[in-house]
Structures are given as structure tokens and as C-alpha cells.
Design a protein around this ligand. Structure first.
Ligand SMILES: [Zn+2]
Length: 109
């Protein structure tokens, strides 16, 4: 048995007490649509500008923008805070399921 520490608030969680493992993933989406460039746009200039933007950011930042996993060990109080926040987001996102994390989906595209 080992003691744990909530990674949000720092509360010590004695061995045997309830704690939660929380994990979330951000996965970049792509809808296969690439807008046409304006005819007067120079493609080489666009590529040069894109490279400048990319070089100003760290490799980790760029990778996190595409795929990022976040894992936290939480005490019950912080679990409730995270859960409430996530469910508050749900009010603006329409899902057909009442599950917190609706997967696998049965929706057809
Ligand atoms: Zn906590």
C-alpha cells in the first residue's frame, strides 16, 4: 500500500483511500478540406511564411497540437471539479449518448 498525492490540489491521499486516475486525449481533426489559395498568392512565399511560423515553435508544442495525452491522479474533490467542468462543456456539445465519454459511437457519418 502506498500513499498518493492529488496532482491538482496536492492533497495527500492515505493508502486505502479513494483516488481517481483521469486521462484525456486531444487528437487533431481533419476534414480533408484545404481552401484554395488566392490566385495572386505566391506559393513559395506561403511555404516560407509557414516555415517561419513552424520554426518559432518547439517540437513539443507542434506535436501537442496534433496529439496530446493528459493523465492525472485526482482526489475525490478534484475528480468532482473536473467532472463538473467537463459536463458543463457538454451543454454546448450535442451528443446522443448520456455517457460522459461516448465511445464507441454508433453514429453514422
Ligand atoms: Zn485534489
Amino acid at each position: 500500500m502506498e500513499e498518493h498525492t492529488c496532482q491538482n490540489c496536492g492533497t495527500r491521499i492515505p493508502a486505502g483511500d479513494v483516488y481517481y486516475n483521469f486521462s484525456a486525449k486531444f487528437i487533431s481533426g481533419f476534414d480533408n478540406y484545404i481552401p484554395d489559395a488566392k490566385p495572386e498568392t505566391d506559393p513559395e512565399r506561403l511555404i516560407t511564411e509557414a516555415c517561419k511560423v513552424i520554426l518559432q515553435r518547439s517540437e513539443q508544442e507542434l506535436m501537442d497540437e496534433v496529439y496530446e495525452e493528459i493523465s492525472l491522479l485526482l482526489c475525490p474533490g478534484c475528480r468532482n471539479k473536473v467532472r463538473s467542468y467537463l459536463l458543463s462543456l457538454k451543454k454546448t456539445v450535442k451528443t446522443k449518448s448520456e455517457k460522459i465519454l461516448p465511445f464507441p459511437t454508433k453514429e453514422k457519418r
